[in-house]
Design a binder for this molecule. Structure first.
Ligand SMILES: C[S@@+](CC[C@H](N)C(=O)[O-])C[C@H]1O[C@@H](n2cnc3c(N)ncnc32)[C@H](O)[C@@H]1O
Ligand code: SF4
Length: 473
């Protein structure tokens, strides 16, 4: 599709966007409020009593768990990033962290009363989990896999940055990942525009990013690449140029993130300050909506479809099983490391984001969590609807397993019925899902199912329409 046709299509979405603002569903300023990643939002979790968090918890019937490990080190601090990390740290600091991680895994195993984790899917992320020397990486992989029963593993993912998998050391790291069973890499390319890449303060240039993708593909990893749109300096014209280059890279999966200026978690990245200092450099909400629609229309021509929210693949089977299990199936998962979170049926356990507190807790033989939330029946019903609705679709059978009630008996069902009238949701015997229009505005739609005490923006920022989240709840 040429640029003019893409814009024509995108303008239709902008009209829908404005209409949904009038109806009270989308905030008047149009700013992006990500929703449906966790429920309630992690910023709302209170401090919790240590002994309460595992009280009454029993392992899943099949004994299988998904696992996340967080390695909070990076070469440089990217302007857009809100994740707490340490930059350009000496090797000793990383060794200290790996020591703590090893102890943490052992404390967790004791807490669950098991010798090994029967692993279903693993995701090692950060930070940059490959921002370790090859020797440290090998130590980690050995330590991690020796504490897991790997016989049932379905996917072993690593989220990394390009600069750590190029050159001699990069190839060494890739060989190690392969040797220990990693089969899928997510590489943060972020942009194909060299100037914006520099502005982001990335640790790589475009040539290096492309080289890292090649290395990953050549070594047989399923390869997922990530981009951000709505970034300062981007225009709809420059984004079109980027898209033309992106589709030429033949990978298994492409993810597109709309820029989050306000942090979703507790730490605010420098992008907020940048936006305040350079408002003219930032694309308008309407242009960002256009960029998003351009992704759908342009990628479709090359065989890519959105098979999980914001994830475009040619084949459905290429999606991240970790993300799928977390958001759609809502399987039990445990996490290790700074900021890691465990999601165990009706409860959510969040690790500290402060390095010293992390080390101290583990030194004292305690797990490093300091906040958490045990959902009551109503919160559980919201969680069981919001995550799958946003990311895939709600299977009514699964909803009943997770909540104990039929979705028709939930008080949220009337909102579902209302949204059907606006062509945002559709329902059949088995499933409830967003329409293609609804999928485009998925964050805002699932925001309608939040308890009002968890809506982060003020009431007066929404029009008094029939889809105002404060009036619906
Ligand atoms: C945890 S980050 C880590 C990726 C890896 N360390 C890297 O730099 O390539 C995962 C992805 O989230 C996306 N992301 C991070 N901060 C973002 C923000 N403020 N807005 C939108 N997307 C963001 C980026 O595309 C990034 O690749
Ligand atoms: S985007 Fe990745 S490399 Fe950049 S600061 Fe965040 S975690 Fe580190």
């Amino acid at each position: 599709m040429n640029f003019n046709n893409l814009i024509k299509q995108a303008n239709k979405r902008v009209e829908e966007f404005k209409e949904l603002q009038r109806l009270g569903m989308i905030i008047k300023t149009g700013e992006f409020i990500p929703a449906g990643v966790h429920y309630p939002p992690i910023t709302e979790y209170p401090d919790i009593e240590y002994d309460k968090m595992f009280e009454g918890y029993t392992m899943p019937d099949d004994g299988l768990l998904d696992v996340y490990v967080h390695i909070p080190f990076c070469t440089k601090q990217c302007i857009f990033c809100h994740y707490p990390s340490h930059y350009n740290s000496p090797d000793e600091e990383k060794d200290k962290y790996l020591d703590a991680l090893e102890k943490e895994m052992d404390i967790y195993l004791r807490t669950l009363g098991i010798d090994k984790i029967k692993l279903r899917v693993a995701l090692i992320g950060g930070g940059t989990p490959t921002d370790l020397t090859p020797k440290q990486l090998e130590r980690f992989l050995k330590m991690f896999t020796s504490r897991c029963d790997m016989s049932k593993v379905r996917q072993f993912n690593y989220d990394l940055s390009p600069s750590t998998i190029i050159g001699k050391e990069g190839i060494e790291r890739l060989n190690l990942l392969k040797e220990y069973g990693v089969d899928r890499l997510t590489i943060g390319v972020q942009t194909m525009n060299e100037e914006i890449m520099r502005k982001m303060n990335r640790s790589h240039n475009k040539k290096e990013a492309l080289k890292s993708i090649n290395n990953s593909l050549e070594m047989g990893f399923k390869t997922n690449i990530e981009f951000i749109y709505g970034y300062p300096g981007q225009t709809v014209e420059s984004w079109y140029k980027e898209l033309k280059e992106i589709v030429k890279i033949n990978v298994h999966e492409i993810q597109f993130y709309r820029l989050k200026v306000d942090a979703y978690g507790d730490q605010q990245g420098t992008i907020k300050k940048y936006e305040q200092l350079h408002p003219d450099d930032c694309p308008s909400a309407e242009d960002t909506i256009r960029m998003k629609q351009m992704v759908f229309d342009y990628l479709k021509e090359f065989g890519y479809n959105e098979n999980l929210r914001r994830v475009f693949t040619k084949q459905k089977s290429n999606i991240s099983l970790y993300a799928f299990n977390q958001c759609c199936e809502q399987k039990d998962q445990i996490a290790f490391g700074l900021t890691g979170f465990s999601s165990l049926r009706d409860r959510f356990i969040l690790n500290t984001q402060h390095f010293e507190e992390y080390y101290n807790r583990i030194e004292n033989g305690l797990l490093p969590f300091n906040r958490g939330y045990i959902r009551d029946s109503e919160a559980q019903q919201r969680w069981a609807l919001i995550l799958p609705l946003k990311n895939y679709y709600v299977r009514k059978k699964r909803y009943k397993e997770v909540t104990g009630i039929d979705i028709k008996d939930s008080k949220l069902y009337s909102i579902i019925q209302l949204l059907k009238e606006y062509d945002l949701i559709e329902e059949n015997e088995q499933n409830i899902k967003l329409t293609s229009k609804g999928g485009f505005f998925s964050d805002e739609i699932v925001g309608l199912f939040y308890d009002t005490k968890f809506i982060t923006k003020e009431r007066n920022l929404y029009n008094d329409g029939p889809l105002n989240p404060f009036l619906l709840n």
